[in-house]
Design a protein around this ligand. Structure first.
Ligand code: SF4
Length: 530
């Protein structure tokens, strides 16, 4: 056994390696990127196992599923909204089942530190009817991921490990164990993997039939712990994930030991919940994310007459991250007195593009080129360039999800927006901007797409881009965009006037045009040259 200081995301990655991981795939996104980054470093250039960035989360999931079908242990990781992109193979893989262990790491971002929403991945696990681990700390992140592979092979199902930002991005000491060997290539029942209706119906019945066994596992797993105490029967607490730490810290201030159920693996252990409910007068649910457990309890025990507290009745706030003082307050305790750090009147530091970022020059030229048009709209996408929505640029008006800008610009143009402009990065274009461009090219929609080609996935730390350089230009042409309306600019201050002129020409053209703004990300350029 050795000790390592690891991020929560890295503890998951190392747990996977020690579980005999053969293949890992991911698309970068905060707070999940560090899982694959660690694996890429640990993979010894692919000698030890394969760790590879994918073009998007759906592809990553399918690659991992293919490895699982081949009998190998595979991991796929992404942020919570990445699971939306991968939802199709994810849901269907619950029916096909896994052969080699298949672990899905979905990292939620309560509080939306770097996300468009704070959806809770536990609902997806329940939706697909697969087990879900929710580690409370770094040690559990390592141990649970190891076990998740065993559970996946035992039940023949994909298994989810749910992370949240606080765990993924904090460091702690982890005790590691000996690595197990990788699986040998072995195929399972190929018939199960062909979801023709006749097979799919059979597989869905089999998935439902397996549920009692899965529930039995969760009910007896050591990750779910019930502690009944007679000292304080007024309140029983159901607590999960990182909230376990806040609860234990606050519970030291309660008079009399509180009874509690710590939930670490789902399906929810109903028998343990029942025992807790019978033992106490009221229940408080403390969980990070949506009121997932709380809603289940309302369904299970809504008629038993005992008060249920949590996010649904306002005892805890329903949005944002939990905080130790919020948990103290929910337990009826005063907040911990803190000293204000006085004497340092620091100015606010809102996020902004790096000084000299190529996107800034593109936005300046774009804004200038749109002067004089009345009903214009600039549909943007997800990347560093989303900051173009803020001052001093105020250059874009939307940001919804990966790749959405192109489809929205098409819909806007067809509804009468003129000029209709989409702004999208090279990696986001490869992720999911290509298909709406195919659609716009087929219709020769009156719109302009600006692809910001800085050669990398800059926002998440410089992972490789799948749609950059000459290949990107060929991709655009292959989508069916007329060659004379595929133009490039170099966003530099010295080219400002020329860039405005070219953008105005293409924006004024009544048909589909694509302008590629080519200039390397400054940060990645510096890294390469250092
Ligand atoms: S990381 Fe690169 S793309 Fe992002 S703001 Fe900085 S220079 Fe621009």
């Amino acid at each position: 056994m050795t000790q390592e200081i690891l991020l929560g995301a890295e503890a998951v990655a190392l747990g996977a390696v020690h579980a005999g991981l053969s293949s890992a795939y991911s698309y970068p996104g905060t707070p999940a990127s560090e899982v694959l980054e660690y694996l890429v470093r640990a993979s010894d250039g692919g000698q030890a196992f394969l760790a590879r960035w994918s073009v998007n989360e759906k592809v990553a999931y399918e690659e991992a599923l293919g490895a699982s079908f081949a009998g190998k242990r595979a991991l796929v990781s992404f942020k919570h909204v990445g699971l939306n992109v991968a939802a199709d193979p994810f849901m269907n893989s619950a029916l096909t089942g896994a052969n080699g262990g298949l672990v899905v790491v979905s990292a939620d971002d309560p509080g939306m530190h770097s996300s468009q929403n704070e959806q809770d991945s536990r609902y997806y696990a329940e939706f697909a009817k697969i087990p879900c681990f929710e580690p409370a700390n770094h040690q559990e992140a390592y141990d649970m991921t190891r076990e998740a592979f065993d559970v996946s092979e035992r039940f023949g199902l994909p298994v989810m490990v749910r992370l949240v930002t606080r765990l993924s991005h904090s460091r702690s000491s982890v005790s590691t164990r000996e690595a197990r060997p990788q699986n040998k290539l072995h195929y399972g029942r190929a018939k199960d993997w062909t979801l023709l209706p006749s097979n799919a119906r059979r597989r869905f019945k089999e998935l439902l039939a397996r549920q009692p066994e899965v529930s039995e596992y969760a009910a007896t797993a050591p990750w779910n712990q019930l502690r009944l105490h007679d000292g304080n029967r007024r309140l029983g607490v159901v607590v999960s994930g990182v909230a376990v730490n806040y609860f234990h810290e606050a519970a030291a201030g309660l008079s009399g030991l509180s009874s509690f159920l710590k939930v670490g693996v789902y399906p929810l252990p109903e028998a343990l919940v029942r025992q807790l409910v019978e033992h106490v007068e009221s229940i408080l649910v403390i969980e990070e994310g949506y009121p997932f457990i709380e809603k289940s309890l309302k369904g299970l025990f809504g008629l038993c007459g005992k008060p249920l507290h949590g996010k649904l009745d306002g005892t805890l706030r329903a949005t944002g991250e939990l905080e130790p003082d919020l948990v103290r307050s929910a337990l009826g305790l005063e907040p911990v007195a803190m000293k204000a750090a006085g004497g340092f009147p620091l100015p606010g530091r809102p996020p902004q593009l790096c000084a000299g970022c190529p996107h800034a020059d593109t936005f300046k030229a774009l804004t200038k080129s749109l002067e004089g048009f009345e009903k214009t709209n600039v549909f943007s996408d997800i990347g560093c360039y989303t900051l173009g929505a803020l001052p001093p640029y105020n250059a874009v008006q939307t940001c919804v999800c990966m790749g959405a800008s192109v489809g929205m610009a098409k819909g806007g143009a067809e509804a009468g927006v003129y000029p209709s402009v989409a702004v999208i990065g090279d990696s986001t274009f490869a992720h999911s901007g290509i298909t709406p461009l195919l659609s716009a090219a087929a219709a020769n929609t009156d719109m302009t797409v600006i692809i910001l080609d800085n050669g990398t996935v800059a926002m998440t730390g410089g992972q490789p881009s799948f749609g950059t350089g000459e290949g990107l230009l060929r991709l655009i042409e292959g989508c069916g965009v007329a060659e004379q309306h595929i133009r490039t600019i170099e966003p530099l201050p010295k080219n400002h006037a020329r860039n405005i002129e070219l953008l105005r020409e293409e924006i004024s053209y009544h048909g589909l045009s694509v302008v590629v703004a080519v200039r390397e990300c400054l940060v990645e350029g510096r890294k390469k040259r250092s």
